[in-house]
Design a protein around this ligand. Structure first.
Ligand SMILES: *Cc1c(COP(=O)(O)O)cnc(C)c1O
Length: 238
């Protein structure tokens, strides 16, 4: 990496502020989740020194190993797919789970919080594009989950999250962000939930996501550098 993490943090924050200005939004209303998956605790410490306080991980196992080695008082967010059998562990590690993609998972999170006294905020992940390989609930299934969520004991749904299909041109992902915001308006009326959180936008498209209403952007490689390419999954998805 040619630039320091400190410089990259400043660049991302400047780009966020510019996007807010273009959209007539207050910078305070957009949070930066620094996605530190695959990167070591030293990188997290540098980003903390540069002023960041919210970090994201996509695997429970990796987070459980990393978090004790990182500065305290970080708010950790889960941004990756969560398996039901890891929920008990996850509710102790994370303040927010962005990626709740089934009623079963939401119920399990509520139960785990009830049993342990943990507190966690959640977003429902919505598969706006209908792309088969992506996680997330189809939009048609979301209202029923939101309705049922109002009966949960410990957990309330704070907002919605989406990961659009990758396209190097951020203008191509803009319509997915706009669609999620529009869906949200309808679901607000339908369910009476505020659904204030919109978790959308990553390194290459957080600017357009902010223009379309994101309240959380999840940024990894623009802060920490390129990640090593994932190993192809063995025996999965084929
Ligand atoms: C890895 C990841 C990110 C960050 O991606 P970058 O392109 O590195 O910014 C954001 N959201 C989710 C769900 C991720 O898994």
């Amino acid at each position: 990496m040619t630039e320091s993490i400190q410089e990259r943090v400043a660049q991302v924050q400047a780009a966020m502020a510019e996007a807010c200005a273009r959209a007539g939004r207050d910078v305070q209303d957009v949070g930066l989740v620094a996605v530190s998956k695959t990167f070591p605790p030293e990188y997290v410490a540098e980003a903390v020194a540069a002023g960041l306080t919210v970090f994201g991980e996509s695997k429970v196992q990796e987070a459980a190993q990393k978090i004790p080695l990182c500065p305290a008082r970080i708010a950790w967010h889960m941004v990756g797919h969560l398996q039901t059998n890891k929920v008990r562990h996850a509710v102790h590690l994370f303040r927010m789970i962005h990626s709740v993609d089934s009623w079963k998972l939401l119920e399990a999170i509520d139960r785990a919080c009830d049993e342990s006294g943990a507190r966690v905020q959640v977003c429902i992940e919505v598969n706006v594009s209908g792309e088969r390989s992506k996680f997330g609930l189809p939009p048609a299934d979301v209202p029923a989950v939101l309705e049922k969520s109002t009966g949960l004991m410990r957990v309330s749904v704070a907002g919605l999250m989406t990961v659009p299909p990758f396209d190097p041109d951020p203008e191509k992902t803009r319509p997915f962000f706009a669609t999620l915001r529009e869906l949200r308006e309808g679901w607000r009326v339908q369910t009476g939930l505020a659904l204030d959180g919109l978790s959308m936008g990553m390194s290459h498209d957080f600017r357009v996501a902010i223009e379309e209403g994101a309240t959380w952007v999840r940024v990894g490689s623009s802060l920490f550098g390129e990640r090593p390419k994932r190993q192809p999954p063995v025996g999965l998805d084929d």
